[in-house]
Design a protein around this ligand. Structure first.
Ligand SMILES: Cc1cc2nc3c(=O)[nH]c(=O)nc-3n(C[C@H](O)[C@H](O)[C@H](O)COP(=O)(O)OP(=O)(O)OC[C@H]3O[C@@H](n4cnc5c(N)ncnc54)[C@H](O)[C@@H]3O)c2cc1C
Length: 279
C-alpha cells in the first residue's frame, strides 16, 4: 500500500480519535508495536542546518525501543490554527530503531508549510501525535544493489534503511546514495554518511549534488541529471539487479520518473517502472 493511500485513509475522520486513543498507550510493549495513535513529549530540539531541526521525543517506557520496523515512517498530526481539520504528514525516524527511550526526527522547515512550521514551533514538554505507517517493505538480499536518490529532507528514509541494511550481517546489499540539496549547509548528515563509508567500504557510497554550492564547494554542482548518474556508474546496464528508491520534492520526483508521455531521467538510464520505488 502506498504512503499516499494510507495517508488518505488516516485523514478520514481521524481528528476526534487522536486525543482519545493517544491517552491509552499499551504498557510493557514498545509503543509502536501495535497500530494506533500515540502522543509523545518533546525531550529536546536542536538546529542541525539553517532550516532543519532535530527533535528527540520521549517514549513512555525508557527501557524499550519504539518498536518501529525497518523502513517504517510515522504519520504526524496537528490541528493548524486550533481548527478541527487535522494536518497529517509523514516523517521518518532517524535514530537507531533499537535505541531505547527515544524517537528522533529531522524536520526541514518549508516557509508556510503547515506541519513543518508546527513541528519547528515545538518546545521541550510539548506533545505531538503519531501513527506508525509502513513506507517500503525491505527484504534482505532481494536486490544486489540499491540506488537511493534523495532531495533535501527526503534523505531520511534512505538514512534509516541504509543503516538497517548495513548493520545486518546477513544482508550484503550494496548501496549508492545520491543526495541533491540546495546548498552545502543542507548536507546535515554528512558526518554520519562519512562514518558509514568508512565502516562499510565497498558497500556504501554517498554523493552530494548541490544546486547552489559555496565558492569552494567540493561537490558536484546542479541537479541529479542523466549525466550525473552516468558519471557515477549508476545506469541499469552498469548495475544489474538494482532497485532505485526515490524521495524528494515533487519536481525532482517528476524529473526522475517522467510522465506517461515522456520517460524521466531514470527511464533514460535504463530503469523500468518496476525497478523504481517512490516514497
Ligand atoms: C515517506 C516520507 C517520509 C518523509 N520524511 C521526512 C522527514 O523525515 N523529514 C522531513 O523534513 N520531511 C519528510 N517528509 C516530507 C514531509 O512529509 C512533508 O511533506 C514536509 O514536511 C512539508 O510539509 P508541510 O505541511 O510543512 O508543507 P505543506 O503545507 O504541505 O506545503 C507548503 C509548501 O511547501 C513546499 N513543500 C512541501 N513539501 C515539500 C517537499 N517535500 N519538498 C519541497 N517543497 C515542499 C511546497 O512549495 C508547498 O507549497 C517525508 C515525506 C514522505 C512521503
Amino acid at each position: 500500500m502506498s504512503v499516499s493511500v494510507i495517508f488518505a485513509a488516516a485523514a478520514a475522520g481521524v481528528g476526534a480519535l487522536v486525543y482519545y486513543k493517544s491517552a491509552f498507550p499499551p504498557s510493557g510493549k514498545p509503543i509502536f508495536s501495535s497500530f494506533g495513535l500515540r502522543s509523545l513529549k518533546v525531550h529536546s530540539t536542536e538546529s542541525i542546518s539553517p532550516n532543519t531541526k532535530k527533535l528527540r521525543f520521549e517514549l513512555p517506557e525508557g527501557n524499550l525501543p519504539s518498536g518501529l520496523s525497518l523502513s517504517a515512517s510515522v504519520l504526524t498530526f496537528s490541528f493548524p490554527g486550533g481548527g478541527w481539520k487535522p494536518c497529517l504528514r509523514p516523517y521518518t525516524p532517524t535514530n537507531d530503531l533499537d535505541e531505547k527511550g527515544f524517537l528522533e526526527l529531522m524536520v526541514k522547515h518549508y516557509p508556510g508549510g503547515k506541519q513543518s512550521t508546527h513541528i519547528h514551533s515545538l518546545k521541550p514538554g510539548d506533545k505531538l501525535t503519531f501513527l506508525p505507517i509502513p513506507a517500503f517493505k525491505w527484504t534482505p538480499n532481494k536486490h544486489a544493489h540499491l540506488t537511493m536518490i534523495a532531495g533535501g529532507a527526503g534523505v531520511t528514509p534512505m538514512y534509516q534503511l541504509a543503516r538497517g541494511i548495513l548493520k545486518n550481517p546477513d544482508d550484503q546489499t550494496r548501496i549508492s546514495l545520491v543526495w541533491g540539496v540546495n546548498t552545502d549547509a543542507d548536507i546535515f548528515l554528512k558526518d554520519q554518511f562519512a562514518a558509514l563509508e568508512k565502516q562499510y567500504p565497498g558497500r556504501f557510497k554517498a554523493t552530494y549534488v548541490v544546486a547552489t554550492p559555496d565558492a569552494k564547494s567540493p561537490y558536484q554542482k546542479g541537479f541529479v541529471t542523466k549525466q550525473v548518474l552516468e558519471k557515477l556508474g549508476l545506469t541499469a546496464a552498469q548495475n544489474k539487479g538494482t532497485k532505485v528508491l526515490v524521495c524528494g520534492p515533487p519536481p525532482m520526483e517528476k524529473a526522475l520518473k517522467g510522465t506517461k508521455a515522456a520517460p524521466g531521467i531514470l527511464g533514460e538510464v535504463g530503469y523500468t517502472a518496476a525497478d523504481i520505488h517512490t516514497y
